[in-house]
Design a protein around this ligand. Structure first.
Ligand code: PMP
Length: 303
């Protein structure tokens, strides 16, 4: 299990990890009323880069807006956010890749089930980067749990409380001997994994559920779509049936903590010949290059 590095940005500055605490009566604890993002930081003290930081900040702002957390946007700017990230990374001085989790917590005590005007505290901590799914061919199971629809708890907002849905589905997959789940929406169409987006390849076309299919609009998903376009690959963002996954030539997933990782089996059916397909391999290699700091897209921020 990953542990946070020693120093955490909490509130207005750096504190020891054991002092970065929320009260038991706060909305964050009572209702899971926090929004967050996770992004990777590469390199060591001389050259350190964060991947697509403006996009992660923007998604945090948009998550707040959807949920109605209005104090974050009035108190924070992108510049202040980058300074806080720089500070917490510098003080911990990680020597390997880390994931950085930035969260906006609604930390007012017992305000009841409402959100506007409530006090927020930002936390930013680092932990060692370790993928949450196997990188050499994972086995997936269609979940017995459906993805929460946009008109219940929006998947587009990365809100902590909604992750109970992911916990249920991932645990069900693990209990059944699989690596992760495939979430379907309430109509039975494919959404995503517990914490990664999904892609399939059929007859040379790259297909992924579109952003209105109750998915998180993943930043690595967007990255893959851009890289695929550059490779001249035809891309379709559209509704996907489960049975399309069963007959796909290749299936892979994307996410900050999942990487770009191949799927070799779904519901007991082999994907292709249970080997990582050529399109997965190309996109995975391109993805790893941009994560490692390939400057051509302007996706890296020097820390
Ligand atoms: N879907 C869900 C539900 C997730 O939690 C994540 C991880 N943030 C993703 C997809 C992938 O998003 P990203 O590429 O921004 O990490």
């Amino acid at each position: 299990m990953a542990t946070p590095h020693d120093k955490v940005f909490f509130g207005n500055g750096i504190v020891d990890a054991q002092d970065a605490k929320l009260g038991v009566a706060t909305s964050a604890v009572l209702y899971g009323l926090s929004v967050y993002t996770v992004f990777p930081v590469h390199g060591s003290s001389t050259t350190r880069t964060a991947f697509r930081l403006p996009d992660h900040y923007q998604r945090l702002v948009e998550s707040c807006k959807i949920i109605g957390i209005d104090t974050f946007a009035s108190e924070w700017t992108y510049e202040r956010f980058v300074d806080a990230v720089r500070e917490v990374v510098a003080v911990n001085d990680p020597q390997d890749e880390v994931y950085v989790r930035a969260t906006v917590h609604v930390d007012e005590s017992i305000p009841g089930t409402r959100v506007r005007g409530l006090h927020t505290t930002v936390s930013i901590f680092l932990y060692d980067a370790a993928p949450i799914v196997p990188q050499d061919g994972m086995r997936l199971k269609t979940s017995v749990w459906r993805r929460i629809p946009d008109n219940a708890i929006p998947s587009r907002a990365k809100v902590n409380g909604a992750y109970v849905n992911s916990v249920l589905a991932k645990q069900d997959a693990i209990d059944s001997g699989f690596d992760d789940c495939i979430f379907l929406d309430i109509n039975g169409h494919v959404c995503e994994l517990s914490a990664a987006n999904i892609f399939l390849v059929r007859n040379g076309v790259l297909i992924t559920p579109d952003a209105t299919n109750d998915i998180l609009d993943g930043i690595n998903r967007r990255t893959i779509l851009t890289l695929a376009g550059e490779e001249g690959i035809e891309v379709q963002e559209r509704t996907v049936d489960l049975t399309e996954l069963y007959i796909a030539d290749e299936v892979f997933v994307s996410g900050t903590s999942a990487g770009v990782a191949p799927v070799h089996e779904i519901d007991g059916r082999a994907v292709g010949s249970r080997e990582t397909g050529p399109m997965t391999a190309v996109l995975r290699e391109r993805h790893q290059a941009v994560l490692a700091g390939d400057r051509t897209h302007g996706w890296v921020t020097m820390l």
